[in-house]
Design a protein around this ligand. Structure first.
Ligand SMILES: [Zn+2]
Ligand SMILES: [Zn+2]
Ligand SMILES: [Zn+2]
Length: 155
């Protein structure tokens, strides 16, 4: 199997961790920016930490492939601890920082009573940055991740 240097894919299973990353991380066919066998687009550059084993994985399927226990999402009482790795710059974000990026926190804090009018997109929302991006390096994160955030973060 030929391995191109620009496409360095490694599969790491517990208890080993991938030594390319500063944090304990494992998964299936993981590239240097934490894309994996399951999520492989340009924006799939986030790894999530799991409470059950304290390690980071590119996705829940990677967790299940690399370990023999059930995944436990990151608990709410640890949302101020690092729980998300940006595969582009290597920064770790707290769960709160990461989830703030998708607008949940802004909605939760303050404007609870104001719901957006109807279901039209608001033209007033003119943030320059994409909703899901690394606050450190501005790398775009997959906005689809929010659809299954309950797998990764305690609701
Ligand atoms: Zn685990
Ligand atoms: Zn995966
Ligand atoms: Zn980053």
């Amino acid at each position: 199997m030929a391995t191109r240097p620009t496409d360095d894919r490694r599969t790491t299973t517990a208890p080993a961790t991938d030594d390319r990353f500063a944090v304990p991380l494992r998964g299936v066919a993981v590239d240097p920016e934490t894309r994996c066998a399951h999520w492989d687009s340009a924006v799939d550059v986030v790894a999530l930490r799991f409470d059950c084993c304290e390690a980071y994985y590119p996705c829940a399927a990677c967790h299940d492939a690399a370990t023999d226990h059930e995944a436990a999402p990151w608990p709410r009482d640890r949302f101020d601890e690092p729980a998300v790795l940006c595969g582009v710059c290597g920064a770790t974000l707290t769960a709160r920082e990461y989830l703030d990026g998708d607008g949940e926190a802004q909605r939760a804090s303050g404007s609870e009573g104001q719901s957006p009018s109807g279901n039209r997109a608001s033209p007033g929302d003119s943030r320059a940055k994409p909703d899901d991006a690394c606050p450190r390096c501005d790398a775009a994160f997959n906005p689809g991740c929010r659809a299954h955030r309950d797998r990764y973060f305690e609701a």
